[in-house]
Design a protein around this ligand. Structure first.
Ligand code: UDP
Length: 487
Protein backbone atom coordinates (compact mmCIF):
# COMPACT_ATOMS: atom_id res chain seq x y z
CA UNK A 1 0.00 0.00 0.00
CA UNK A 2 1.22 3.53 -0.70
CA UNK A 3 1.93 5.69 2.28
CA UNK A 4 1.61 9.11 3.73
CA UNK A 5 4.87 10.88 3.06
CA UNK A 6 7.39 11.88 5.74
CA UNK A 7 5.25 14.76 7.01
CA UNK A 8 2.14 12.65 7.40
CA UNK A 9 0.68 14.35 4.40
CA UNK A 10 -1.37 12.40 1.90
CA UNK A 11 0.16 12.39 -1.57
CA UNK A 12 -2.13 11.87 -4.58
CA UNK A 13 -1.00 11.45 -8.19
CA UNK A 14 -3.10 12.75 -11.10
CA UNK A 15 -2.42 11.31 -14.52
CA UNK A 16 -4.64 12.92 -17.17
CA UNK A 17 -5.02 11.97 -20.82
CA UNK A 18 -3.25 14.59 -22.91
CA UNK A 19 -6.28 16.42 -24.30
CA UNK A 20 -7.66 19.69 -22.94
CA UNK A 21 -11.01 18.19 -21.97
CA UNK A 22 -9.13 15.78 -19.66
CA UNK A 23 -6.18 17.95 -18.58
CA UNK A 24 -8.21 20.96 -17.48
CA UNK A 25 -10.50 19.14 -15.02
CA UNK A 26 -7.57 17.03 -13.74
CA UNK A 27 -5.60 20.16 -12.88
CA UNK A 28 -8.69 21.69 -11.25
CA UNK A 29 -9.12 18.49 -9.28
CA UNK A 30 -5.50 18.57 -8.16
CA UNK A 31 -6.09 22.13 -6.97
CA UNK A 32 -9.18 21.00 -5.08
CA UNK A 33 -7.32 18.21 -3.31
CA UNK A 34 -4.47 20.61 -2.51
CA UNK A 35 -6.96 23.09 -1.05
CA UNK A 36 -7.82 20.36 1.45
CA UNK A 37 -4.21 19.87 2.49
CA UNK A 38 -3.31 17.00 0.14
CA UNK A 39 0.01 17.06 -1.65
CA UNK A 40 -0.70 16.51 -5.35
CA UNK A 41 1.41 15.62 -8.33
CA UNK A 42 0.29 16.00 -11.93
CA UNK A 43 2.00 13.71 -14.40
CA UNK A 44 2.20 15.63 -17.65
CA UNK A 45 4.24 16.01 -20.84
CA UNK A 46 6.52 19.01 -21.50
CA UNK A 47 4.33 21.02 -23.90
CA UNK A 48 1.19 20.41 -21.86
CA UNK A 49 3.03 21.35 -18.66
CA UNK A 50 3.68 24.75 -20.19
CA UNK A 51 -0.10 25.44 -20.31
CA UNK A 52 -0.35 24.96 -16.57
CA UNK A 53 2.97 26.23 -15.23
CA UNK A 54 1.53 29.63 -14.26
CA UNK A 55 -1.44 28.03 -12.51
CA UNK A 56 0.82 25.69 -10.59
CA UNK A 57 3.26 28.45 -9.64
CA UNK A 58 0.43 30.72 -8.49
CA UNK A 59 -1.03 27.94 -6.41
CA UNK A 60 2.32 27.11 -4.82
CA UNK A 61 2.90 30.71 -3.77
CA UNK A 62 -0.54 30.81 -2.12
CA UNK A 63 0.71 28.86 0.88
CA UNK A 64 -1.66 25.93 0.24
CA UNK A 65 -0.52 22.32 -0.05
CA UNK A 66 1.96 21.71 -2.81
CA UNK A 67 1.09 20.84 -6.40
CA UNK A 68 4.03 19.58 -8.38
CA UNK A 69 4.33 18.58 -12.01
CA UNK A 70 6.24 15.44 -12.92
CA UNK A 71 7.23 15.60 -16.56
CA UNK A 72 7.30 12.60 -18.86
CA UNK A 73 8.13 12.68 -22.55
CA UNK A 74 5.34 11.93 -24.98
CA UNK A 75 6.54 9.34 -27.51
CA UNK A 76 4.97 11.12 -30.48
CA UNK A 77 7.69 10.28 -33.00
CA UNK A 78 7.77 6.62 -31.95
CA UNK A 79 4.06 6.46 -32.72
CA UNK A 80 4.51 8.08 -36.12
CA UNK A 81 3.35 11.56 -35.10
CA UNK A 82 5.08 14.93 -35.46
CA UNK A 83 7.37 15.68 -32.48
CA UNK A 84 5.20 18.53 -31.16
CA UNK A 85 2.02 16.46 -31.20
CA UNK A 86 1.58 16.07 -27.43
CA UNK A 87 -2.05 17.08 -27.20
CA UNK A 88 -5.00 15.64 -29.08
CA UNK A 89 -5.99 19.15 -30.16
CA UNK A 90 -2.91 19.20 -32.42
CA UNK A 91 -4.76 16.77 -34.69
CA UNK A 92 -7.64 17.88 -36.89
CA UNK A 93 -9.38 16.05 -39.71
CA UNK A 94 -7.87 18.67 -42.01
CA UNK A 95 -4.24 18.24 -40.99
CA UNK A 96 -3.41 14.71 -39.84
CA UNK A 97 -6.76 12.90 -39.73
CA UNK A 98 -8.05 9.73 -38.08
CA UNK A 99 -4.88 7.68 -38.50
CA UNK A 100 -3.04 10.23 -36.36
CA UNK A 101 -5.75 10.07 -33.70
CA UNK A 102 -5.24 6.32 -33.49
CA UNK A 103 -1.48 6.85 -33.26
CA UNK A 104 -2.07 9.36 -30.48
CA UNK A 105 -3.79 6.62 -28.49
CA UNK A 106 -0.92 4.27 -29.33
CA UNK A 107 1.59 6.82 -28.02
CA UNK A 108 -0.51 7.17 -24.85
CA UNK A 109 -0.23 3.45 -24.11
CA UNK A 110 3.56 3.82 -24.31
CA UNK A 111 3.43 6.05 -21.23
CA UNK A 112 3.09 3.03 -18.98
CA UNK A 113 6.82 2.45 -18.48
CA UNK A 114 7.83 6.04 -17.63
CA UNK A 115 4.74 6.30 -15.41
CA UNK A 116 5.79 3.24 -13.43
CA UNK A 117 9.28 4.70 -12.96
CA UNK A 118 7.71 7.78 -11.36
CA UNK A 119 5.50 5.66 -9.13
CA UNK A 120 8.50 3.71 -7.97
CA UNK A 121 10.34 6.89 -7.03
CA UNK A 122 7.47 8.81 -5.43
CA UNK A 123 5.23 6.07 -3.99
CA UNK A 124 2.09 8.22 -3.71
CA UNK A 125 -0.81 7.01 -1.57
CA UNK A 126 -3.23 6.97 -4.49
CA UNK A 127 -3.33 7.39 -8.26
CA UNK A 128 -6.19 9.15 -10.07
CA UNK A 129 -5.58 8.05 -13.64
CA UNK A 130 -7.58 8.78 -16.76
CA UNK A 131 -9.93 6.17 -18.24
CA UNK A 132 -7.72 5.99 -21.35
CA UNK A 133 -4.94 4.44 -19.26
CA UNK A 134 -6.61 1.11 -18.44
CA UNK A 135 -3.21 -0.35 -17.54
CA UNK A 136 -2.73 2.19 -14.74
CA UNK A 137 -4.52 -0.06 -12.22
CA UNK A 138 -1.92 -2.77 -12.79
CA UNK A 139 0.91 -0.22 -12.69
CA UNK A 140 -0.30 1.17 -9.38
CA UNK A 141 -0.87 -2.33 -7.97
CA UNK A 142 2.81 -3.18 -8.56
CA UNK A 143 3.58 -0.68 -5.79
CA UNK A 144 0.56 -1.47 -3.65
CA UNK A 145 -1.15 1.77 -4.61
CA UNK A 146 -4.94 2.00 -5.13
CA UNK A 147 -6.07 3.43 -8.46
CA UNK A 148 -9.06 5.67 -8.98
CA UNK A 149 -10.40 6.30 -12.46
CA UNK A 150 -11.43 9.67 -13.87
CA UNK A 151 -13.68 9.46 -16.94
CA UNK A 152 -14.15 13.17 -17.35
CA UNK A 153 -17.83 12.68 -18.10
CA UNK A 154 -21.22 12.67 -16.40
CA UNK A 155 -22.40 9.82 -14.23
CA UNK A 156 -25.42 9.66 -16.57
CA UNK A 157 -23.16 9.03 -19.59
CA UNK A 158 -21.29 6.39 -17.63
CA UNK A 159 -24.54 4.63 -16.74
CA UNK A 160 -25.65 4.73 -20.40
CA UNK A 161 -22.29 3.25 -21.43
CA UNK A 162 -22.62 0.45 -18.87
CA UNK A 163 -26.19 -0.32 -19.96
CA UNK A 164 -25.16 -0.49 -23.61
CA UNK A 165 -22.27 -2.80 -22.75
CA UNK A 166 -24.38 -5.21 -20.71
CA UNK A 167 -27.70 -5.21 -22.65
CA UNK A 168 -26.47 -4.37 -26.17
CA UNK A 169 -29.84 -3.02 -27.40
CA UNK A 170 -27.96 -1.50 -30.34
CA UNK A 171 -27.47 -5.00 -31.73
CA UNK A 172 -31.20 -5.59 -32.03
CA UNK A 173 -32.13 -2.72 -34.35
CA UNK A 174 -32.62 -3.07 -38.07
CA UNK A 175 -30.92 0.13 -39.09
CA UNK A 176 -28.40 2.62 -37.74
CA UNK A 177 -31.11 5.28 -37.65
CA UNK A 178 -33.71 3.25 -35.71
CA UNK A 179 -34.10 4.53 -32.15
CA UNK A 180 -33.87 2.04 -29.30
CA UNK A 181 -34.43 2.38 -25.57
CA UNK A 182 -31.35 2.00 -23.39
CA UNK A 183 -32.59 -0.56 -20.86
CA UNK A 184 -32.35 -0.50 -17.10
CA UNK A 185 -31.92 3.23 -16.56
CA UNK A 186 -33.97 5.44 -14.22
CA UNK A 187 -35.38 7.32 -17.26
CA UNK A 188 -36.48 6.19 -20.70
CA UNK A 189 -33.50 7.18 -22.83
CA UNK A 190 -33.61 6.63 -26.59
CA UNK A 191 -30.59 6.64 -28.87
CA UNK A 192 -29.68 5.45 -32.33
CA UNK A 193 -26.55 3.57 -33.31
CA UNK A 194 -25.32 6.71 -35.03
CA UNK A 195 -25.23 8.52 -31.71
CA UNK A 196 -23.17 6.00 -29.78
CA UNK A 197 -19.77 6.84 -28.38
CA UNK A 198 -16.85 5.08 -30.12
CA UNK A 199 -16.43 2.68 -27.19
CA UNK A 200 -19.97 1.33 -27.76
CA UNK A 201 -19.86 1.64 -31.55
CA UNK A 202 -16.60 -0.31 -31.88
CA UNK A 203 -17.64 -3.23 -29.66
CA UNK A 204 -16.48 -6.59 -30.99
CA UNK A 205 -14.02 -5.16 -33.50
CA UNK A 206 -10.41 -6.21 -33.82
CA UNK A 207 -8.84 -2.83 -34.57
CA UNK A 208 -6.41 -1.20 -32.15
CA UNK A 209 -9.10 1.23 -30.98
CA UNK A 210 -11.72 -1.52 -30.51
CA UNK A 211 -9.28 -3.45 -28.39
CA UNK A 212 -8.29 -0.38 -26.41
CA UNK A 213 -11.91 0.54 -25.68
CA UNK A 214 -12.63 -3.03 -24.69
CA UNK A 215 -9.73 -2.90 -22.25
CA UNK A 216 -10.93 0.50 -20.99
CA UNK A 217 -14.39 -0.94 -20.28
CA UNK A 218 -13.00 -4.01 -18.55
CA UNK A 219 -10.76 -1.86 -16.41
CA UNK A 220 -13.74 -0.08 -14.80
CA UNK A 221 -14.50 -3.06 -12.62
CA UNK A 222 -10.85 -3.42 -11.54
CA UNK A 223 -10.38 0.07 -10.13
CA UNK A 224 -10.67 1.05 -6.47
CA UNK A 225 -13.30 3.62 -7.38
CA UNK A 226 -14.38 6.45 -9.67
CA UNK A 227 -14.04 10.18 -9.19
CA UNK A 228 -16.65 12.22 -11.06
CA UNK A 229 -16.61 15.84 -12.04
CA UNK A 230 -20.29 16.18 -11.19
CA UNK A 231 -22.49 16.82 -8.18
CA UNK A 232 -25.23 14.80 -6.54
CA UNK A 233 -28.06 17.32 -6.98
CA UNK A 234 -27.62 17.34 -10.77
CA UNK A 235 -28.09 13.65 -11.45
CA UNK A 236 -29.20 12.00 -8.18
CA UNK A 237 -30.97 9.02 -9.80
CA UNK A 238 -27.80 8.16 -11.72
CA UNK A 239 -25.48 8.63 -8.75
CA UNK A 240 -27.71 6.16 -6.88
CA UNK A 241 -27.88 3.83 -9.90
CA UNK A 242 -24.09 3.79 -10.25
CA UNK A 243 -23.63 3.07 -6.56
CA UNK A 244 -26.52 0.72 -5.81
CA UNK A 245 -27.37 -1.04 -9.08
CA UNK A 246 -23.94 -1.14 -10.67
CA UNK A 247 -22.28 -1.54 -7.28
CA UNK A 248 -19.47 0.89 -8.00
CA UNK A 249 -17.66 3.00 -5.47
CA UNK A 250 -17.67 6.62 -6.56
CA UNK A 251 -17.13 10.16 -5.35
CA UNK A 252 -18.70 13.29 -6.85
CA UNK A 253 -16.47 16.28 -6.26
CA UNK A 254 -17.57 18.82 -8.89
CA UNK A 255 -18.11 21.10 -10.59
CA UNK A 256 -14.33 21.31 -10.34
CA UNK A 257 -14.24 24.50 -12.45
CA UNK A 258 -15.67 26.33 -9.44
CA UNK A 259 -12.35 26.00 -7.64
CA UNK A 260 -11.16 28.89 -9.81
CA UNK A 261 -12.02 31.83 -7.62
CA UNK A 262 -10.52 34.91 -9.19
CA UNK A 263 -10.57 36.39 -12.67
CA UNK A 264 -6.98 35.36 -13.37
CA UNK A 265 -7.67 31.70 -12.47
CA UNK A 266 -10.79 31.60 -14.61
CA UNK A 267 -9.11 33.24 -17.57
CA UNK A 268 -6.03 31.05 -17.54
CA UNK A 269 -7.59 27.56 -17.66
CA UNK A 270 -6.04 25.47 -20.41
CA UNK A 271 -4.27 27.15 -23.32
CA UNK A 272 -3.59 30.86 -23.17
CA UNK A 273 -6.63 32.80 -24.37
CA UNK A 274 -6.21 34.72 -27.62
CA UNK A 275 -8.22 37.63 -26.24
CA UNK A 276 -7.12 39.81 -23.36
CA UNK A 277 -9.32 39.08 -20.35
CA UNK A 278 -9.92 42.77 -19.59
CA UNK A 279 -10.89 43.47 -23.17
CA UNK A 280 -13.29 40.54 -23.05
CA UNK A 281 -14.84 41.70 -19.75
CA UNK A 282 -15.15 45.26 -21.06
CA UNK A 283 -17.04 44.00 -24.09
CA UNK A 284 -19.36 41.94 -21.87
CA UNK A 285 -19.86 44.82 -19.43
CA UNK A 286 -21.22 46.90 -22.30
CA UNK A 287 -24.11 44.44 -22.79
CA UNK A 288 -27.36 44.04 -20.91
CA UNK A 289 -27.89 41.17 -18.47
CA UNK A 290 -28.75 37.81 -20.11
CA UNK A 291 -28.52 39.33 -23.59
CA UNK A 292 -25.53 37.53 -25.12
CA UNK A 293 -25.45 34.00 -26.50
CA UNK A 294 -22.09 32.24 -26.15
CA UNK A 295 -21.28 29.78 -28.94
CA UNK A 296 -18.35 27.40 -28.45
CA UNK A 297 -17.70 23.79 -29.39
CA UNK A 298 -14.85 22.81 -27.08
CA UNK A 299 -11.24 22.08 -27.89
CA UNK A 300 -11.63 19.55 -30.70
CA UNK A 301 -14.42 20.78 -32.96
CA UNK A 302 -13.47 20.92 -36.56
CA UNK A 303 -16.12 22.42 -38.83
CA UNK A 304 -16.05 22.87 -42.58
CA UNK A 305 -16.06 26.41 -43.94
CA UNK A 306 -19.58 25.76 -45.23
CA UNK A 307 -20.86 24.79 -41.77
CA UNK A 308 -19.21 27.85 -40.24
CA UNK A 309 -21.00 30.04 -42.78
CA UNK A 310 -24.33 28.46 -41.82
CA UNK A 311 -23.61 29.16 -38.14
CA UNK A 312 -22.68 32.75 -38.99
CA UNK A 313 -25.90 33.35 -40.94
CA UNK A 314 -27.92 31.70 -38.15
CA UNK A 315 -26.52 33.81 -35.34
CA UNK A 316 -26.66 36.97 -37.42
CA UNK A 317 -30.35 36.38 -38.34
CA UNK A 318 -31.22 35.64 -34.70
CA UNK A 319 -30.53 39.30 -33.97
CA UNK A 320 -28.87 38.37 -30.66
CA UNK A 321 -25.60 39.76 -29.36
CA UNK A 322 -23.09 36.89 -29.41
CA UNK A 323 -19.64 35.62 -28.62
CA UNK A 324 -18.63 32.95 -31.09
CA UNK A 325 -15.48 30.93 -30.53
CA UNK A 326 -13.99 29.51 -33.71
CA UNK A 327 -11.08 27.15 -33.45
CA UNK A 328 -7.98 28.48 -35.29
CA UNK A 329 -8.43 28.36 -39.07
CA UNK A 330 -4.96 29.57 -40.01
CA UNK A 331 -4.40 26.47 -42.11
CA UNK A 332 -7.46 27.16 -44.26
CA UNK A 333 -7.55 29.62 -47.10
CA UNK A 334 -11.25 29.21 -47.78
CA UNK A 335 -13.61 32.01 -46.67
CA UNK A 336 -15.66 30.84 -43.73
CA UNK A 337 -17.59 34.04 -43.02
CA UNK A 338 -20.32 35.46 -45.26
CA UNK A 339 -19.28 38.68 -46.97
CA UNK A 340 -19.72 41.76 -44.81
CA UNK A 341 -20.53 39.69 -41.68
CA UNK A 342 -17.99 41.46 -39.45
CA UNK A 343 -19.18 44.91 -40.50
CA UNK A 344 -22.86 44.09 -40.06
CA UNK A 345 -22.38 42.55 -36.62
CA UNK A 346 -19.75 45.03 -35.35
CA UNK A 347 -20.43 45.90 -31.72
CA UNK A 348 -23.11 43.20 -31.49
CA UNK A 349 -20.90 40.19 -31.94
CA UNK A 350 -17.44 39.12 -30.89
CA UNK A 351 -15.64 36.34 -32.72
CA UNK A 352 -12.79 34.75 -30.81
CA UNK A 353 -10.56 32.83 -33.19
CA UNK A 354 -8.63 30.41 -31.03
CA UNK A 355 -8.76 29.78 -27.28
CA UNK A 356 -11.37 31.71 -25.27
CA UNK A 357 -11.44 32.27 -21.50
CA UNK A 358 -14.62 30.19 -21.36
CA UNK A 359 -15.43 30.07 -17.66
CA UNK A 360 -14.81 33.80 -17.29
CA UNK A 361 -17.27 34.44 -20.14
CA UNK A 362 -19.93 31.97 -19.02
CA UNK A 363 -20.05 33.45 -15.53
CA UNK A 364 -20.59 37.02 -16.74
CA UNK A 365 -24.08 38.42 -16.13
CA UNK A 366 -24.41 39.45 -19.80
CA UNK A 367 -24.43 35.81 -20.97
CA UNK A 368 -27.96 34.41 -21.28
CA UNK A 369 -27.50 31.18 -23.22
CA UNK A 370 -24.88 28.71 -24.40
CA UNK A 371 -24.64 26.84 -27.72
CA UNK A 372 -22.49 23.86 -26.78
CA UNK A 373 -21.16 20.64 -28.29
CA UNK A 374 -22.01 18.91 -24.99
CA UNK A 375 -18.47 18.03 -24.00
CA UNK A 376 -18.93 17.29 -20.32
CA UNK A 377 -16.71 20.10 -19.04
CA UNK A 378 -18.53 22.69 -21.11
CA UNK A 379 -21.93 21.27 -20.18
CA UNK A 380 -21.15 21.37 -16.47
CA UNK A 381 -19.57 24.82 -16.72
CA UNK A 382 -22.79 26.00 -18.42
CA UNK A 383 -24.90 24.46 -15.66
CA UNK A 384 -22.70 25.97 -12.93
CA UNK A 385 -23.23 29.35 -14.61
CA UNK A 386 -27.01 28.74 -14.65
CA UNK A 387 -27.33 28.91 -18.44
CA UNK A 388 -29.91 27.21 -20.68
CA UNK A 389 -28.25 25.46 -23.59
CA UNK A 390 -28.62 24.69 -27.27
CA UNK A 391 -27.12 21.24 -27.71
CA UNK A 392 -24.96 20.44 -30.73
CA UNK A 393 -23.22 17.13 -30.05
CA UNK A 394 -20.59 15.85 -32.46
CA UNK A 395 -19.06 12.66 -31.11
CA UNK A 396 -17.59 10.88 -28.08
CA UNK A 397 -20.31 10.62 -25.37
CA UNK A 398 -21.76 14.01 -26.29
CA UNK A 399 -25.08 12.60 -27.52
CA UNK A 400 -25.60 11.04 -24.08
CA UNK A 401 -24.92 14.39 -22.41
CA UNK A 402 -27.40 15.96 -24.81
CA UNK A 403 -30.08 13.55 -23.54
CA UNK A 404 -29.25 14.47 -19.96
CA UNK A 405 -29.58 18.17 -20.76
CA UNK A 406 -32.67 18.11 -23.00
CA UNK A 407 -34.71 15.16 -21.71
CA UNK A 408 -33.63 14.24 -18.20
CA UNK A 409 -32.83 17.58 -16.56
CA UNK A 410 -34.68 19.61 -19.22
CA UNK A 411 -32.50 22.68 -19.37
CA UNK A 412 -31.77 22.85 -23.09
CA UNK A 413 -32.95 22.44 -26.67
CA UNK A 414 -31.48 20.33 -29.44
CA UNK A 415 -30.28 22.10 -32.56
CA UNK A 416 -31.02 18.84 -34.37
CA UNK A 417 -27.79 16.90 -34.92
CA UNK A 418 -28.73 13.34 -35.79
CA UNK A 419 -25.45 11.52 -35.92
CA UNK A 420 -21.90 11.43 -34.70
CA UNK A 421 -19.33 12.91 -37.07
CA UNK A 422 -17.76 9.47 -37.49
CA UNK A 423 -20.89 8.57 -39.50
CA UNK A 424 -20.34 11.57 -41.75
CA UNK A 425 -21.13 15.18 -41.01
CA UNK A 426 -24.60 16.40 -41.91
CA UNK A 427 -24.94 20.13 -42.31
CA UNK A 428 -26.99 22.04 -39.75
CA UNK A 429 -28.69 24.81 -41.68
CA UNK A 430 -28.69 28.45 -40.64
CA UNK A 431 -32.48 28.35 -40.09
CA UNK A 432 -32.06 25.68 -37.38
CA UNK A 433 -29.32 27.71 -35.70
CA UNK A 434 -31.42 30.88 -35.83
CA UNK A 435 -34.51 29.11 -34.47
CA UNK A 436 -32.65 27.50 -31.57
CA UNK A 437 -30.77 30.67 -30.64
CA UNK A 438 -33.91 32.84 -30.77
CA UNK A 439 -35.76 30.36 -28.59
CA UNK A 440 -33.07 29.81 -25.99
CA UNK A 441 -32.69 33.58 -25.55
CA UNK A 442 -36.43 34.30 -25.62
CA UNK A 443 -37.87 36.12 -22.63
CA UNK A 444 -41.49 35.46 -23.67
CA UNK A 445 -41.45 31.69 -24.20
CA UNK A 446 -42.85 29.96 -21.09
CA UNK A 447 -41.05 26.68 -21.66
CA UNK A 448 -37.79 28.63 -21.83
CA UNK A 449 -38.66 30.57 -18.69
CA UNK A 450 -39.09 27.29 -16.85
CA UNK A 451 -35.78 25.97 -18.22
CA UNK A 452 -34.02 29.15 -17.19
CA UNK A 453 -35.47 28.96 -13.70
CA UNK A 454 -34.42 25.33 -13.40
CA UNK A 455 -30.87 25.76 -14.59
CA UNK A 456 -30.42 28.84 -12.40
CA UNK A 457 -31.44 26.69 -9.44
CA UNK A 458 -28.95 24.03 -10.49
CA UNK A 459 -26.24 26.68 -10.78
CA UNK A 460 -26.94 27.69 -7.19
CA UNK A 461 -26.99 24.05 -6.12
CA UNK A 462 -23.60 23.55 -7.83
CA UNK A 463 -22.08 26.39 -5.83
CA UNK A 464 -23.55 25.07 -2.60
CA UNK A 465 -22.26 21.58 -3.40
CA UNK A 466 -18.63 22.67 -3.44
CA UNK A 467 -18.86 24.89 -0.35
CA UNK A 468 -18.21 23.58 3.16
CA UNK A 469 -21.23 21.49 4.12
CA UNK A 470 -22.17 20.78 0.47
CA UNK A 471 -22.41 17.33 -1.12
CA UNK A 472 -19.26 17.56 -3.27
CA UNK A 473 -17.27 19.08 -0.43
CA UNK A 474 -18.37 16.23 1.82
CA UNK A 475 -17.62 13.56 -0.81
CA UNK A 476 -14.11 14.88 -1.34
CA UNK A 477 -13.59 14.94 2.43
CA UNK A 478 -14.83 11.35 2.71
CA UNK A 479 -12.50 10.23 -0.08
CA UNK A 480 -9.48 11.93 1.49
CA UNK A 481 -10.32 10.39 4.85
CA UNK A 482 -10.64 6.92 3.32
CA UNK A 483 -7.30 7.29 1.53
CA UNK A 484 -5.64 8.47 4.73
CA UNK A 485 -6.96 5.45 6.60
CA UNK A 486 -5.64 3.12 3.91
CA UNK A 487 -2.18 4.68 3.79
N1 UDP B 1 -12.22 25.66 -23.34
C1 UDP B 1 -11.79 26.96 -23.12
N2 UDP B 1 -11.67 27.78 -24.19
C2 UDP B 1 -11.95 27.39 -25.46
C3 UDP B 1 -12.40 26.06 -25.67
C4 UDP B 1 -12.51 25.23 -24.59
O1 UDP B 1 -11.51 27.36 -21.98
O2 UDP B 1 -11.82 28.20 -26.38
C5 UDP B 1 -12.30 24.75 -22.18
C6 UDP B 1 -13.70 24.58 -21.67
O3 UDP B 1 -13.98 25.55 -20.68
C7 UDP B 1 -13.66 23.16 -21.12
C8 UDP B 1 -12.65 22.44 -21.99
O4 UDP B 1 -11.89 23.46 -22.61
O5 UDP B 1 -13.19 23.17 -19.79
C9 UDP B 1 -13.28 21.59 -23.08
O6 UDP B 1 -13.76 20.43 -22.54
P1 UDP B 1 -15.10 19.76 -23.02
O7 UDP B 1 -15.30 18.53 -22.21
O8 UDP B 1 -16.21 20.73 -22.98
O9 UDP B 1 -14.89 19.45 -24.54
P2 UDP B 1 -13.72 18.76 -25.40
O10 UDP B 1 -12.78 19.85 -25.73
O11 UDP B 1 -13.12 17.68 -24.54
O12 UDP B 1 -14.45 18.26 -26.60
Amino acid sequence: MGSLNGHNQLHVYFFPFMAHGHLIPAVDMAKLFASRGVKTTIVITPLNAAFFSKTIQKHSSSGRAEIQARIIDFPAARAGLPEQCENLDFITSRNLGMEATINFFRASTMLQEPFEKLLEQDRPACVVADMFYPWATESAAKFGIPRLVFHGTSCFAQCVGEALASHAPQQRVESDAEPFVVPGLPDEVRLTKRQLSPSAALVGGTSFLSQLFKRVRESYSEVYGTVFNSFYELEPAYVDHFRKILGRKAWYVGPVSLCNGDVEDKASRGKGAVIDKDECLKWLDSKEANAVVYVCFGSQADFTAQQLREIAVGIESSGQPFIWVVRGRNDVEEDWLPEGFQERTAGRGLIIQGWAPQVLILEHAAIGGFVTHCGWNSTLEGIAAGLPMVTWPMGAEQFYNEKLVTEVVKIGLEVGVEQSSTYGVKMIRSEAVERAVRRIMSKEDEVMAEMRRKVKGLGEAARKAVEAGGSSYADLGALIEELELMS
